[in-house]
Design a protein around this ligand. Structure first.
Ligand code: PAF
Length: 286
C-alpha cells in the first residue's frame, strides 16, 4: 500500500500547501503526468523523490493539448492504480484536478512558442504544444516546484518546456529522465495500452529504425536523407504502420540537418493501426 498520500483536487488548496511547505524551508519536486502511469513515470518520480523534501505528482488529462479527432476521450485512465503506484514510490501529494477546476468556463489565455512547435510532432498536431506549454505553466504556478521532471521520450516537449522556463524567467529547474523501454526496446507509453498483440510487434519497428540508423552512422553513413529513407523502408516493412514523420535534426533548434557531422537527434512518429507512437535517439558522429 505504501505511505499515506494527500490527494488535492483544488488549485487554491495546492497553492496554499506549496506556500506552507516553502515557508517551512522545504523543497518541492513535481512530476506532471496525464496518469495511466508506467515505469517511465515511476523512474522520474524516484529521481524526484531523491531530489527534494516533497514530491508532488499531478495527474490531469489535459484537453487543450488534444486536437479534434485525437484520443482525448479514449485516453487510458486508472486512478485507483495510479494512486497506489504513487504511494509505493513515496509521493507526498497527488494533485488531481478536474478539467473545470483547471480551465473554468471562460479560459482564454494560452502560451505559444514562436519556433520550436513548428517542427516534428507540432506539424501534424498544430495545437498540441500550445496546450502543453499552457498547462505546464499553470501547473508550475499552482504547484510552485523548485524542480520539475519530464521524460526524454517526448524530446520536443522537454525542449519546449526548457525554452518557456528560460523565456519567462521561471525559477524552476527542469530535469529530463531517460526513456524507459520494455525489454524488447519498445519505449514505455500510456498509449501502448491501445496496441493489439500483432500491433505490439509492429511497434518494435520504431526502436529498431533508430538502432539501425545508429549502426549505419557507426559505419560511416552520415547523409540524413539516406538514413531516413532506410529507416522508412524498415518501418513500412512491418504490418499496419504509417509514418507521420522521421527527422534528423539539431537538438537545440529542432531544424532538420542534412549531414550528421555534429550531435543530432533522430525523432519519429509512426501510427501502428490507429495508435500514434513516438521515439527518439541522440546521434553523434564518429
Ligand atoms: O507528457 C505528458 O504527460 C503531458 O504532456 C504533460 C507534460 C503532463 C502535460 O499535460
Amino acid at each position: 500500500m505504501g505511505v499515506p498520500i494527500d490527494i488535492i483536487p483544488l488549485k487554491t488548496e495546492m497553492q496554499a500547501r506549496s506556500n506552507h511547505l516553502k515557508n517551512q524551508g522545504k523543497t518541492i519536486a513535481c512530476v506532471p503526468t496525464m496518469g495511466y502511469l508506467h515505469e517511465g513515470h515511476l523512474s522520474l518520480m524516484r529521481m524526484a523523490r531523491s531530489m527534494a523534501d516533497t514530491l508532488v505528482v499531478s495527474i490531469f488529462v489535459n484537453p487543450t493539448q488534444f486536437g479534434p479527432g485525437e484520443d482525448l476521450g479514449a485516453y487510458p485512465r486508472d486512478f485507483e492504480r495510479d494512486q497506489s503506484l504513487c504511494r509505493k514510490v513515496g509521493a507526498d501529494i497527488l494533485f488531481y484536478p478536474s478539467a473545470t477546476e483547471m480551465y473554468g468556463s471562460r479560459f482564454q489565455t494560452f502560451i505559444s512558442l514562436e519556433q520550436l512547435p513548428f517542427h516534428l510532432c507540432g506539424i501534424s498536431r498544430p495545437v498540441h504544444f500550445r496546450g502543453v506549454a499552457t498547462i505546464v505553466t499553470k501547473l508550475f504556478n499552482i504547484i510552485k516546484p523548485h524542480t520539475a521532471l519530464f521524460g526524454q521520450k517526448d524530446y520536443q516537449q522537454v525542449r519546449i518546456i526548457r525554452q518557456l522556463v528560460q523565456d519567462l524567467d521561471l525559477d524552476i529547474q527542469i530535469i529530463s529522465g531517460p526513456t524507459v523501454r520494455e525489454s524488447d526496446g519498445l519505449a514505455m507509453s500510456s498509449r501502448n495500452a491501445y496496441l493489439s498483440t500483432s500491433q505490439r510487434l509492429s511497434a518494435l519497428t520504431l526502436y529498431q529504425a533508430l538502432c539501425q540508423t545508429r549502426n549505419h552512422l557507426e559505419n560511416g553513413l552520415t547523409d540524413a536523407k539516406t538514413l531516413i529513407q532506410s529507416a522508412a523502408s524498415l518501418i513500412l516493412s512491418f504490418p499496419e504502420t504509417t509514418i507521420d514523420y522521421i527527422a534528423i535534426c539539431d537538438p537545440d533548434t529542432l531544424e532538420e540537418i542534412q549531414t550528421i557531422d555534429r550531435p543530432a537527434v533522430m525523432a519519429l512518429a509512426v501510427k501502428v493501426g490507429k495508435t500514434r507512437l513516438i521515439d527518439n535517439m541522440m546521434l553523434s558522429p564518429q
